[in-house]
Design a protein around this ligand. Structure first.
Ligand SMILES: Nc1ncnc2c1ncn2[C@@H]1O[C@H](COP(=O)(O)OP(=O)(O)OP(=O)(O)O)[C@@H](O)[C@H]1O
Ligand SMILES: [Mg+2]
Length: 345
């Protein structure tokens, strides 16, 4: 049986940190009762290996919560390995997570360890967990049950001693209903659930966060900008659909770009020098996510059109779209075009 000792030192984990101070100085979890609740959950699970599912809109601070859990745990001196499941092509995810043996596929010239091996004795943070393909969800379910896995192309089982923290901004219950997320995997992940509220539901934190970002960017850019009470009042009224990330970027722009504070409204809505631009939602997705979403939407539109055209004759639709009947049924299900109860192939 292999073990995490076999990690090839020439390879590097995607992201690793064991710096406890990385989170200690952040204005985390203090300014609002719901964040204080999160802090006490983190403290109460610190000495356990319970799997955690962190949920919340993009930019609320899920990454920070994951790091805080690691930093508070007995594993803090071990690695913190983050894998963004949306940033890795689906076909490569399995070998990225679990590694591969020499000769496992064309181009596999040598054995390569996966991120699970790098995370041995530490924590693995599986970000954007909803993007994992169903087959990989099944494999991970077994890993979470037995803490053993095999590399791609390998036969022996490898033991791994790691805590799993998953995160998502997607509605997993909806993904389950659409057949995109396994229910058994959901329950296995969701031992401890932490819901990070959007910034608009914890506005009391805005002044403190803004002051913290102001101090950070003043130091970074050698400025000495201040926030007037009026500016803080405007910050507190804003909707912050991009959450703390949007606030952080607004304060960064304020520090870098403006000579006066009069332009705070312009900074928040993306206008410059009185020339209005159409309001745009902040870009919070990676290019890969945008491409995937675009492809999904295009697929859904064409499917709906063809199905309407052939009066929902699925055999006819599968011929027109040049996919097997089974694939068509899966696609209909994935796109939510029929109720889940009618999705079974
Ligand atoms: N409480 C906080 N204190 C200081 N900075 C924060 C806090 N919460 C979030 N941030 C900052 O806001 C930004 C977004 O946070 P983070 O990356 O953790 O969000 P996320 O929920 O993981 O977003 P996504 O779903 O897009 O991955 C980061 O730069 C982070 O440092
Ligand atoms: Mg994140």
């Amino acid at each position: 049986m292999g073990g995490a000792r076999h990690v090839d030192s020439a390879d590097k984990p995607l992201a690793q940190s064991n710096d406890r101070n990385a989170v200690d100085h952040l204005p985390l979890f203090d300014g609002h009762p719901r964040m204080q609740e999160i802090r006490s959950i983190i403290e109460s699970i610190a000495d356990t290996d319970a799997t955690v599912l962190i949920r919340g809109e993009s930019g609320v601070g899920k990454d920070l919560v994951a790091r805080a859990i690691h930093a508070a745990s007995a594993r803090r001196l071990g690695p913190f390995v983050k894998v963004n499941c949306a940033a890795i092509p689906q076909g490569l995810l399995e070998s990225e997570l679990f590694g591969y043996e020499k000769g496992a596929f064309t181009g596999a010239h040598r054995r390569k360890p996966g991120q699970f091996e790098y995370a041995n004795k530490g924590t693995i943070h599986l970000d954007e967990i909803a993007e994992l393909p169903l087959a990989l969800q099944a494999k991970l379910l077994h890993v979470l049950q037995d803490f053993q896995f095999s590399r791609v192309g390998g036969h022996g089982l490898i033991d791994v001693d790691t805590r799993v923290i998953a995160a998502t901004n997607r509605d997993l219950e909806e993904a389950i209903a659409l057949g995109e997320f396994r229910e058994d995997f959901y329950y296995r992940l969701n031992v401890v659930e932490i819901k990070v509220p959007p910034l608009r539901e914890r506005r009391a934190e805005i002044p403190r966060l803004a002051a913290w970002f102001l101090a950070k960017f003043n130091a970074q850019y050698g400025r000495s900008k201040q926030l007037s009470p009026e500016t803080v009042a405007r910050l507190m009224e804003h909707t912050w659909s991009g959450n703390v990330r949007e606030l952080e970027n607004t304060i960064r722009r304020l520090v870098v770009l403006t000579d006066s504070e009069q332009t705070i409204d312009a900074l928040m809505t993306g206008r410059r020098n009185g020339h209005p631009e159409p309001p745009r939602p902040p870009v919070t997705e990676s290019l890969r996510e945008i491409a995937r979403r675009g492809a999904r939407e295009a697929e859904r539109k064409v499917l709906a059109e063809v199905l309407a055209q052939v009066g929902w004759n699925r055999a006819e639709a599968s011929r027109i779209l040049k996919v097997s009947y089974k694939t068509l049924l899966n696609k209909i299900c994935e796109c939510g075009l029929t109720p889940p109860s009618r999705c079974a192939p």
